[in-house]
Design a protein around this ligand. Structure first.
Ligand code: NAI
Length: 252
């Protein structure tokens, strides 16, 4: 039986750990050739080698998504390796816990915006030309912090709201080329990022207990939504945002 992504070439940024890693593993299992792109070389190589060990097809490419020349090289190398590009998952992101707005440093602001929204712009900018002829699917990872008050980082909320805006606009700009743009909007997902940004294990456990059903999501919960968006099953889905938060956002 064929996989749901059989033969598709996919770039996933931030695939060294967390949601990106789970997505890379799932996509490979469903028959995709997976380019693992990350600035974390050691963990990124591990993801790619794990996929290969399980019989999948994957390469690791080192890139900082906030740097145009590194992104361009990464996309060019992906094309050299696999000859085409069908799916781009803009997942790489950082969340820096910050103080109230007047105490946020310029460095914190720039680092967040440069990674979380400029990174999405740059990866899209260099990947889109390879999708213009045959179409494709671009999946942008936003956050519920982008659709409600972002209590632990104003810059993160701005960046993730920007990701949704960019998704909406691009879905219109490239509809004629058959390139679909969608956003996933996760709530709390148990990953190194969410544990690191909470401050302490106790605070993380408190957030878990406050979530509907007393649980938070796992990286696979987001990966399965992205699998649908990457596959041809979602061919009529574009310009949409999908909240994956166990119901938390609508409950408050
Ligand atoms: P994570 O920290 O486990 O993974 C993020 C990955 O992005 C890491 O491998 C990191 O090396 C990479 N990365 C960071 N900056 C980079 C850069 N400049 N260039 C290349 N790679 C870079 O975090 P997680 O939780 O898996 O996050 C994945 C995405 O999901 C992020 O965009 C995050 O903002 C978003 N998200 C996560 C939520 C959560 O609760 N974990 C909730 C909502 C959104």
């Amino acid at each position: 039986m064929k996989g749901r992504l059989e033969g598709k070439v996919v770039i996933i940024t931030g695939a060294a750990t967390g949601i990106g890693r789970a997505t890379a593993m799932l996509f490979a299992k469903e028959g995709a050739k997976v380019v693992v792109a990350d600035r974390n070389v050691e963990q990124g190589q591990l993801t790619a080698s794990e996929i290969k060990k399980l019989g999948g097809d994957s390469i690791f490419l080192s890139a900082d998504v906030s740097k145009a020349c590194e992104v361009k090289n990464m996309v060019d190398e992906a094309i050299s390796a696999y000859g085409k590009l069908d799916v781009l998952v803009n997942n790489a992101g950082v969340l820096i816990r910050t103080s109230r707005l007047h105490e946020v440093s310029e460095l914190e602001w720039d680092l967040t915006l440069n990674t979380d929204v400029k990174g999405v712009f740059l990866c899209s900018k260099y990947a889109i030309p390879y999708m213009l002829e045959n179409g494709g699917s671009v999946i942008n990872v936003s956050s519920t912090s982008g659709i409600r008050a972002s209590l632990i980082s104003s810059s993160y909320g701005v960046a993730k709201a920007g990701v949704i805006s960019l998704t909406l606009t691009a879905s219109q700009e490239y509809a004629e080329n058959g390139i679909r743009f969608n956003a996933v909007v996760p709530g709390i997902i148990d990953t190194p990022q969410s544990r690191g940004s909470t401050g302490s294990t106790e605070e993380f456990e408190l957030r878990v207990s406050e979530n509907p059903g007393g649980r938070v999501g796992g990286p696979e919960d987001v990966a399965y939504m992205m699998l649908f968006l990457a596959s041809d099953e979602s061919s009529y889905v574009s310009g949409a945002s999908f909240v994956i938060d166990g119901g938390r956002t609508v409950g408050f």
